[in-house]
Every structure is written in C-alpha cells, then in structure tokens.
Design a protein around this ligand. Structure first.
Ligand code: FAD
Length: 339
C-alpha cells in the first residue's frame, strides 16, 4: 500500500531505457520515502521479463500478460492501471514521456482525478507548506519542469490527490542496476479481472514503426550546431568533424527552424535529451531550453565568436572564434595528432 509504481514499456520484448531510468530514480525516491518500489509490465510473451527489471531494485513486479495487450492500445492498459491503482493506492506513479506515456498518463490521472505533471526534468521529495490553509504536507513528490516557455523552472506538488503522477523523457534520468541478485516478488495477475471485453474494441492488424535515423542518444560524442553555424552548407563542417571523431551531429532549435538540420537532431526541452561524454556546441548561445537537453554532458566545449555567450558559463572549455575557422583546424590537428 502507498508504494511508488513505475509503468514499464516493452517494445519487441525489450524494456525501454526510459522505464529503466525511472526505476533507478524510483528506487532512490522509494528509499527516501521508506516505501517499496513496484513495477508494472503489460504485454504479450513476457516470460523472463523480471530478469530485466528486478535488478533495478524492484520489490514487486506486477505482470499482466495476454493477447490484445501488445501492441499497446489505450483502453486495456488504462483499465489495468486504473483498477490496479484502486486496489493498491500508490502514492506515486511514474511513466515515460513517450507516445504511450502521453496517451496513458492523462487517461489514468483523469479517471482517478489525481493530476499529472508532464515532461519533468527532475523529481525530488520534500515538504510543502500551504500558508493559506495553514497546513504542512510531508514528503510530497516535487515535480520539477520548465514552465512559461522555459523562463522559469516550476516545482509542482499534488498535496491531496493520489497517486502523484509524472512523466519524464528518455535520457533525463540515469539508469543504473542496483544489484543483479536483487530479490523481488513477481505477481502474475488475471487480466480478465481488470479488463472488460469491450476494452479490446481496437485490434492492431498491421504496425509500422520508423526507426531513428540517428544515434544521438547513444553517441558518446556529439557535435551540435546552432544558428551561428550560418547555413546548411556550413553544417557539413560539423558532419566532417563528426566523421573524424566518430560522433553524431545535433542541433539547436534555431538551427532546425532555419532549415540547417533535420528536426530529429534537435537537442533541448522540446527535442532530445542527451548526456554524452563530450558535447561540442558550435555557434549555440545557450538558452535555457537548449541547456535543459545537454547540461548533463560530462564535458562541454563551446565554439562561439561571442566571449559572453551564456553557454560559455557551463562549458569546460571555450574556444573563442568562428565555426568556419575553428572546425577545419580541429579536424586537421586531430588527424595530425592521431597518426
Ligand atoms: C517553449 C520553447 C521550447 C524550446 N525548445 C528548444 C529546444 O528544445 N532546443 C533548443 O535548442 N531551443 C529551444 N528553444 C529555443 C531557444 O529559446 C533558443 O531560441 C535557441 O536555443 C537558440 O538557438 P541558438 O543558440 O542556435 O541561436 P542563437 O541564440 O541565435 O545563438 C547563436 C550563437 O551563435 C554565435 N555565433 C554567431 N555566428 C557565429 C559563428 N560564425 N561562429 C561561432 N559562433 C557564432 C552567436 O554569438 C550566438 O551565441 C525553445 C524555445 C521555447 C520558447
């Protein structure tokens, strides 16, 4: 009762990274709250799935297995969560800000009148004082995310209704196995008790999933270009450097909007969140919406012709110069020195 639940997504038998990241975060929040971490998986052919989840510190794994539960459709998954939560009364529920999470989260929170904060960039536990009511709430989930176009970072709390629900994008939290031999209980539920036959009204007959065209999330080095790169043609310089360093190319929203780079390369609040070992920001000013997607990079190099560019304040190294002059030199010297 009153535990922390994570809804885990499975795609072709593999647990999504975002779910594992949320289990890692969920474990540390559950420790703070001194409660259990529970996970939910819903799908078909889930045999052995516990091996991939329990090592993240899952105390209880709820498995719902059956035909019609994979690929995802809204109604059966919603019914499972709503009915399970009515029984289990979790205090917190986390899910990925994926296409599925964005569909499922609001349905569940609306059915339970619980409220939900989408796209959180941090989750913490803390108290909240309602000065108007003269009431103090202990150990609430702080649901932290940029608000008002990224001009403020808002901390949102949900004092009275449960569960406190939040979605988080992939890459925002770290994933870390707690112990490969962690002991967790697996509960195989009878799906019929949770899902009505009418919930299977939609049957997926054929499904086409477009694979990502780049490996931004997995690349240890990212060369990212902003509006200061100047043109699509100049972006070729970034691709040349990326080829030399075996890296991926990212972009700011201004660069994407200007047509210098494809949208799926956008990094930031409304793009991808990355945490590579090395992030080279070329002609990027460093607005908060961009920083939100790359500030966890281990090392940041900024190439900018403005020594006062805000990104320089978070960069480990700053190269003051233009992209056009600096990048060819980087390629030349890297090649020279790595012979
Ligand atoms: C709701 C919302 C969501 C947003 N989401 C995102 C997001 O996900 N990702 C994102 O990136 N932005 C996002 N933005 C936009 C963000 O606010 C900025 O407008 C954007 O990040 C600026 O991109 P930039 O740094 O490339 O361009 P600019 O701010 O124009 O900066 C260009 C930089 O290049 C430098 N420069 C110019 N010429 C050269 C040269 N030849 N060589 C080297 N340096 C040069 C300049 O000094 C400057 O620092 C969002 C905005 C809003 C309101």
């Amino acid at each position: 009762m009153n535990n922390l639940f994570v809804y885990c997504e499975i795609e072709e038998g593999v647990v999504l990274d975002v779910s594992l990241e949320l289990l890692t975060k969920g474990r540390s929040l559950a420790n703070q709250l001194k409660c259990q971490l529970e996970a939910i998986v819903i799908g078909n052919e889930l045999k052995g799935i516990e091996k991939h989840l329990i090592p993240y510190g899952v105390d209880k794994l709820h498995v719902f297995e059956g035909k019609g539960l994979y690929p995802y459709t809204s109604l059966p998954h919603t019914s499972i969560l709503v009915n399970l939560f009515k029984e289990e009364k979790p205090q917190i529920c986390l899910m990925g800000a994926t296409v599925i999470g964005r569909d499922l989260g609001p349905r569940v929170s609306s059915a339970l009148t619980s409220g939900l904060t989408a796209d959180c960039t941090a989750l913490e536990i803390g108290d909240h004082e309602d000065k108007k009511e003269g009431k103090t709430y202990k150990n609430l989930l702080y649901q932290i995310r940029p608000a008002f176009g990224g001009n403020i970072v808002a901390t949102i709390v949900n004092p009275d209704h449960r569960p406190q629900m939040a979605t988080v994008r992939e890459g925002v939290m770290k994933k870390q196995i707690l112990a490969s031999n962690y002991k967790g209980e697996v509960i195989n539920h009878d799906v019929k008790k949770y899902v009505a036959d009418t919930d299977y009204v939609i049957e997926v007959i054929e499904r086409h999933v477009e694979k990502a065209k780049n490996n931004l999330k997995g690349s240890p080095i990212i060369i990212s270009g902003g509006y200061g790169v100047g043109s699509k043609d100049n972006f070729k310089l970034l691709f040349d450097l990326a080829k030399t360093l075996n890296a991926e190319v990212g972009a700011s929203r201004a660069a994407v909007d200007a047509g210098f780079a494809d949208h799926d390369r956008q990094i930031g609040q409304t793009g991808v969140t990355v945490r590579p070992k090395l992030y080279i920001a070329c002609g990027i000013s460093g607005q908060i919406q961009h920083i939100a997607g790359m500030q966890e990079s281990s090392m940041i190099i900024s190439i900018n012709n403005d020594p006062e560019a805000p990104i320089n304040t978070i960069a480990d190294y700053v190269i003051n110069g233009t992209v056009e002059e600096v990048i060819p030199k980087m390629i030349k010297f890297y090649k020279q020195n790595s012979k």
